[in-house]
Each structure stands twice: as C-alpha cells, then as structure tokens.
Ligand binder design. Structure first.
Ligand SMILES: Nc1nc2c(c(=O)[nH]1)N[C@H]1C(S)=C(S)[C@@H](COP(=O)(O)OP(=O)(O)OC[C@H]3O[C@@H](n4cnc5c(=O)[nH]c(N)nc54)[C@H](O)[C@@H]3O)O[C@H]1N2
Ligand SMILES: Nc1nc2c(c(=O)[nH]1)N[C@H]1C(S)=C(S)[C@@H](COP(=O)(O)OP(=O)(O)OC[C@H]3O[C@@H](n4cnc5c(=O)[nH]c(N)nc54)[C@H](O)[C@@H]3O)O[C@H]1N2
Ligand code: SF4
Ligand SMILES: [Mo]
Length: 684
C-alpha cells in the first residue's frame, strides 16, 4: 500500500507540536514537522524527531503481568481485570472508596483520553483521591491568577514589545516558544531573562542572574520602582483594581538596594528593568512552567507577577496577558462530594470560590499510606506517571508504595514505579489511539484544536488508557458510566458540544482549526471574576484564611539567610529539574538516538565554585543534602552563577528526588521546595 500522510500532533511532551505522519502497511514509517500548526510551525525537537524509534522500542511492555514471589508472570487482560476489580471491590467494602488513590502523571495533561477517563473511574468508584503532578506543577500558577485576576490569563510573548522570561529556558523545555522569541528579537523585542543561568536566550537579551527562590522579592522591588516613579497605568489601576494604596505602602520595604542584597542582582539593574518593563508599549512576564512555583511562596510570586501585569495595564491587550477561551468538550466529570487528601490543609488549593480543582494534594500521600492519616490509602493505580522518581523524597514514596495492598501501573515501559507494582499493564502510545489536542495550543494563547488521529493499531497486547478504564469500570458494574466502545465514539462525544465536527477536523481541516477568537476586552469590560469584581492587589480571601493578603518575600527554608548554621555545612545552593531537550522527565533514556546526545545526567557548577571544592570539569561528584546523596558528572560553566549546583531530575541511578523533601510546603498550595535547597559537593 502507498505511503499515507496523516496530520496530527506529538505529545511526547506537553506542547503538542504539529506533525505530518507517514503510514505504510499499518506501520508508522517517518514523521516531519507540520508547517500549518500555529504553535510549532514545522519545527520538532529532538524527541519529536525520535517518535518512530520510541513507538517501536523493543523495551515496550507487551502484555499484562502479575508479580508472583518477586517475579513477573504473563497473564491475560481478563485475569488482570478480574484480579484488580475483585481486589478493589474488597478494599472498598473494608476501607471505603477513599482508600483508592489514582495518580496521573504529566502525560495526563494533554491526554484527555487518559486523564478524563481515569477521573471518571474515580467518580464511578467514589474515591475523592485523584492525584497528579499538579501538586507541584502549574496549578499554583492558575490559582495565583484566579486569586488576583479572577481568571487564568495567558501571556502573549509573540506580540509583546518587552518580555520578562522568568525562570524559563524554552530552548530546552518549550521549543516553539524559543523560536517565537528568537524571531521577535530580530524585530527588536526587549528580552530580559531572569535566571541563575545565562541561557542561550539570555545571551541575546539582558540577563539578571538571580539567587534561586528570591523571585518574589525581585517582583516586589519592580513594583516599588514602578509605583514610586509614577510609571504605572493610572487609568487601568483606578478602573479595574482594589488595594492599590495598601500595595504602594507595602512595596516600599522592597527598595532596589534592599532587594539587591536578597537577590544578588545589582540595584541599578533592578531599576533599569522595572522602567523598561513599565514603559514598554506592551509587555508579558513569561514565567517558567514550574521553576517559579516549586518554592515555599511560589503562589505569592505568581500573584506578584499578576499584580505587575495589572499595574502596568498589560491585561487582555495584545502582547500582555490575554483571555483565551477553552473549547467546550463533552464532559466526563462525575462529582464526588468528599474532599481529597490535602484539601483540609490547603483549602484554597482544592476549592476557590466554589471552583474545584481536579486534584487532591499528592504530597499527603505518604502520610495516608504510612501513617493512615486521616485514613489509610490501601490501593493505587498509576497512569502516565513515574512518581517513584518524580515526586520529592523518593525513598519515602517508595516505602509508601511498597506498603499498599494493591498497586497497578499502566505504562509503555517498565519504570521504577512499575517495578513496585502487583500488576503491570501495557499502555498503547498516543499514536495508537485517537484524541483531541488543544490544551497547549490554548495555554500558549491560541484557541486552536486538532484531532489527534490514530495512526496505527495498538502494538502487542497494549490497550489505550481509555479502554483500560472503561473495561475495568464495566467489570465493576459501571457500564452506564462507560458506554464508549471505540476511539471514534469518544472523539465524537467530545466534539459534539465544541462547535467543530469530526468531519471538519478530518476532511476540511486535518491540520486543525481555530475554534474561537481572542477578544482583548477584559480591561474595557472591567469585569473580573473575583469577589470584588476587580483585580485584587489586596486579597480578602487570602487574609480570611490567614495567609498574607499582599505578597511578601519568604526565604527558602534552607538558605544562607534563613539557616546560616546549616549553610556552614552545606554552603551551596541546589536547584533541580532544569530541563534537557532530549528527555521528558524520566522518559526516553532508552531511546538510543536521544541517549547518544545526552548520555548521562550532568551537574552544572561555576568553575570558581568547582575549584573551591577541588573539582574539575568532567569529574564525578557526590551531591549531598540533608535528605541524601547522589553522584553525577560535573560540568563547569561560567553560565551558571557561582555558589550554585544545578542538576536535572528524572534519572533513576542519580535521582534528584533522593535529595528533596516532602516538607516544608507552600502553605497555600502544598507545593514543595525543588528549586532552592542547600547542598555540598565532593569529588568521588
Ligand atoms: N525537554 C523537556 N521539556 C519539558 C519537560 C521535560 O521534562 N523535558 N517538562 C515539561 C514540564 S511538565 C514542565 S513543568 C516544564 C518546566 O518548565 P520550566 O519550569 O520553565 O523549566 P526550564 O525551562 O528548564 O527552566 C527552568 C529554569 O529556571 C532556572 N531556575 C532554577 N531555579 C530558579 C529560581 O529559583 N528562580 C529563577 N528565576 N530561575 C530558576 C533554571 O536555571 C532553568 O533555566 O517543561 C516542560 N517541557
Ligand atoms: N526534583 C524535581 N522533581 C520534579 C521536577 C523538578 O523540576 N525537579 N518537575 C516536576 C514536574 S513539573 C512534573 S510535571 C513531574 C512529572 O512527573 P511524571 O509525570 O511522573 O514523569 P514522566 O517521567 O513524564 O512519567 C510519565 C510516564 O508515563 C508513561 N506514558 C507515556 N505515555 C503514556 C500513555 O499514553 N499511557 C500511559 N499509561 N503511560 C504513558 C511514560 O512511559 C512515563 O513512564 O516531575 C516533577 N518532578
Ligand atoms: S516539543 Fe518536542 S516532544 Fe514536545 S510536543 Fe514538540 S516535538 Fe513533541
Ligand atoms: Mo510539569
């Protein structure tokens, strides 16, 4: 049969770049970037380019297996589903529905056919404990904006005259954005990169080398300069905001001189950038996807960013933060009244003004499994995630998962988490099922959607996640909740309410289509979905719950300032999880073309710092925190600020999360500290 071209998208990471896929005799033969895709415009990163290699990897899990006396035994899907449903029924009788936790990894985010189905099963079974990576990723940013602006807005860097790229290295983590910024630089964009590392983009703009975990102080100092020098948008502030006087008074304590001490950024640079940002015709702060949030006061930093955008009038104007509609897809939601774990400790994380988050706070999982607080979690199903490596304090997570009465993992590969399971199930990859791709076009400012087409039949005995959840649901008596039998039926159900049809997205617009227009009218309408109807610089809601109503700088729990005693023994600052283009978290280490490009995890340090510790470029070093010690090869680079160590996450042999802890947590969101800890190093 002749080669067939199918237009679809890549979700080897969250950005959903457009691809032209070529299929011949039921096999995916090759892919190329799809030029019509508005976000990626024909470019693929190295992972996308390795898609075929990934799909046909010999390491795929090929059939369901159960663990018998520590060894894997092949079983049928029937036996697997019977065992799981039998056990879940028993545990529900004995320990109530809430004893089941479902953990959905980052793969669930762009992947409705995985996450929405897992969540539906959670509703049918009746457990509130649907947990995910959003306990440490992205949710804080949504909440910060909702608290301040009432709505989650999206930055529009492609249109902006000035961009503050804050804790973000899109060359590695979001290639489509990096490409947009390089193009804008050619057209005169004022780019400021706020990062302890001088990234490739930082070399093309102004670089502010910041001490990790002090971003809120810098944002507040920008506000001090902008307000005291009268550079703010008076008309916008007067019409649309409340609490400006209190804010103006509050930020006086963050003068550039004071904040220079905190952030290690010279006061003159703080003034210069504050002026540049405020005076720009249009400006967007583009925060890292998690780098700013994984601190003790990440939520408040997010609020400070929203306040900066509002004070300068960069709200819902081209190049500012804009209101992008989400598509209306058929809902799979089933309500569960009971609150999930973590909701009691972080009430706003779970529910704000009646708006419910989809997830509980995963950082409370080990409390529940190991200490049975507030009740025991006894069983867990993990889908699209590898929490043993990606959650903080891996050793404790591992200990908890080992104690479960039932652990089921559905994945393509035998991950460190899968190795702990009682039953492992083979998942199909996204090219073996249909889906709807929109999340990351929308969160990149484009109301754009495409049909993710099934390219090939599921390999081996693998199943799509939606099929697993549906079959398990039916087996447990939830047939009514799981009526869908085929990929086509599901996609049709989703699109029914969206304004776009399956036919349109396969025949007329296989490359995808815009489903709405941006209006840029929030500011002129002056309607913000907060209790006051205005943008809230001062938050009564936060005050009511005992949190700071206006953002304040909070030192990382381990820092030379907050804990000088500890800093004597652990004198370096450790930041974890800077992205590497070849890998998505723990994934793709087994894809040869990618592994060749990035064969091992690398710890970056400044040459002067290396010298102090008698370390040379290329040496193996041990990195030690209060929590543990791991070893990696050191690379010395003047790009990284001195006194820092920057390591990647996602490697099982040198697992960054053996160095991190589940406590302390951001009081509002429950996020943990992954980006600013104290450590020491030695040559091994
Ligand atoms: N290749 C690849 N791409 C990915 C992913 C992946 O695993 N691999 N993961 C995806 C996911 S789920 C996410 S959440 C995003 C993550 O996306 P981001 O959080 O934006 O991560 P990076 O782009 O690596 O940028 C983080 C930068 O922050 C800097 N940094 C570290 N600590 C601090 C700090 O305290 N303050 C400031 N200002 N800067 C700091 C680091 O030097 C680094 O350059 O990436 C997504 N894209
Ligand atoms: N120290 C430190 N830790 C971090 C971070 C950090 O910066 N520093 N970043 C955090 C962030 S932001 C995130 S988002 C998390 C990510 O954490 P995870 O989501 O747990 O990480 P992944 O390695 O992407 O795990 C995804 C798993 O899903 C599998 N998979 C892929 N496709 C499918 C599918 O279609 N179906 C099924 N069932 N499985 C599939 C993959 O094989 C892989 O095993 O890591 C967090 N951990
Ligand atoms: S950035 Fe790379 S891995 Fe992510 S969707 Fe695009 S091509 Fe795929
Ligand atoms: Mo993430």
């Amino acid at each position: 049969m002749a080669e067939q071209l199918i237009k679809t998208d890549c979700i080897l990471c969250v950005w959903g770049c457009g691809i032209n896929a070529f299929v011949e005799d039921g096999k995916l033969t090759r892919i190329e970037g799809m030029t019509e895709h508005p976000l990626s415009r024909g470019v693929l990163c190295s992972r996308g380019a390795a898609l075929v290699e990934y799909v046909y990897s010999p390491d795929r899990i090929k059939y369901p297996m159960k663990k018998v006396d520590g060894n894997w035994q092949r079983i049928s899907w029937d036996e697997a589903l019977d065992t799981i449903s039998g056990k879940l029924g028993q545990l529900k009788d004995e320990f109530e529905a809430h004893s089941l936790a479902i953990f959905c990894g980052s793969i669930g985010v762009e992947n409705n056919e995985l996450a929405a189905f897992a969540r539906r099963f959670r509703g049918a079974y009746g457990t509130p404990n649907f947990l995910s990576v959003e306990s440490n990723c992205y949710r804080a940013r949504i909440l910060a904006q909702q608290l301040t602006l009432g709505t989650f807005l999206i930055e529009e860097p492609g249109e902006a005259k000035c961009v503050l790229l804050w804790g973000h290295d899109p060359d590695n983590s979001k290639l489509p954005l990096a490409n947009t910024l390089y193009e804008s630089l050619e057209k005169g964009l004022d780019l400021v990169v706020i990062n302890p590392k001088q990234t490739s983009l930082a070399k093309r703009g102004t670089h502010l080398s910041i001490r990790p975990g002090t971003d809120c102080a810098l944002a507040l100092s920008f506000l001090d300069v902008i307000i005291s020098e009268d550079l703010y948008d008076k008309e916008f502030v007067q019409k649309n905001t409340i609490g400006f006087e209190k804010l103006a008074e509050h930020v006086k304590q963050y003068s550039p001189e004071e904040v220079a001490e905190i952030t290690w950024i010279p006061a003159d640079d703080i003034r210069k950038i504050a002026r540049m940002y405020a005076n720009a015709e249009s400006a967007s702060i583009v925060p890292g996807t998690c780098a700013i949030d994984q601190h003790l006061n990440g939520l408040q930093t997010g609020r400070a960013f929203a306040i900066l955008q509002a004070v300068t009038g960069n709200i819902d104007v081209p190049g500012g933060w804009v209101n992008v509609p989400f598509p209306r897809l058929g809902s799979l939601h089933i309500k569960v009244e009971e609150e999930p774990i973590g909701a009691a400790e972080h009430p706003l994380f779970y529910r704000l003004w009646g708006r419910e988050a989809p997830y509980g706070q995963t950082m409370y999982l080990t409390e529940s499994i190991l200490n049975e607080k507030p009740y025991p979690i006894k069983s867990m199903i993990v889908t699209g995630g590898n929490p043993v490596i990606t959650l903080p304090d891996s050793n404790r997570i591992k200990q908890a998962l080992e104690k479960l009465n039932l652990l089921v993992v559905i994945d393509l590969f035998m991950t460190e988490t899968a190795k702990l399971a009682d039953i492992v199930l083979p998942a199909s990859s996204f090219v073996e099922r249909s889906g709807v791709g929109y999340v990351y076009a929308v969160t990149s400012g484009m109301p754009f959607m495409l049909l993710r087409k099934k390219l090939i039949e599921p390999l081996y005995e693998s199943w799509s996640d939606w099929k697993f959840w549906s079959e398990l649901g039916r087996r447990m008596g939830y047939s009514e909740q799981f009526p869908w039998q085929t990929d086509d039926e599901i996609v049709e159900y989703w699109l029914k309410t969206s304004g776009l049809t399956v036919e349109q997205l396969t025949e007329q617009n296989p490359e995808g289509a815009f489903f709405a227009e941006k209006k840029y009218d929030l500011g002129t309408r002056g309607e913000f979905r907060t209790p006051s109807g205005k943008i809230e610089f001062y938050s009564e809601t936060l005050a009511k719950y005992g949190y700071d109503p206006i953002p304040v700088h909070v030192e990382p729990s381990q820092s030379p300032t907050s804990n000088p005693e500890l800093a004597k023994e652990y004198p370096l600052i450790l930041t974890t999880g800077a992205r590497v283009q070849q890998y998505t978290h723990t994934q793709f280490k087994n894809v040869p073309s990618l592994r060749r490009k990035a064969p091992e995890p690398i710890a970056e340090i400044h040459p002067e710092t290396a010298m102090q510790f008698d370390v040379s470029d290329g040496d193996m070093i041990a990195i030690k925190t209060l929590k543990g010690e791991i070893s990696m090869r050191a690379r010395t680079t003047k790009d990284l600020a001195p006194k820092l160590v920057s390591i990647p996450h996602g490697w099982d042999q040198a697992n960054a999360n053996e160095l991190t802890a589940l406590e302390p947590r951001d009081p509002i969101t429950g996020y943990t500290e992954l980006k600013a800890l104290l450590c020491k190093i030695r040559k091994v």
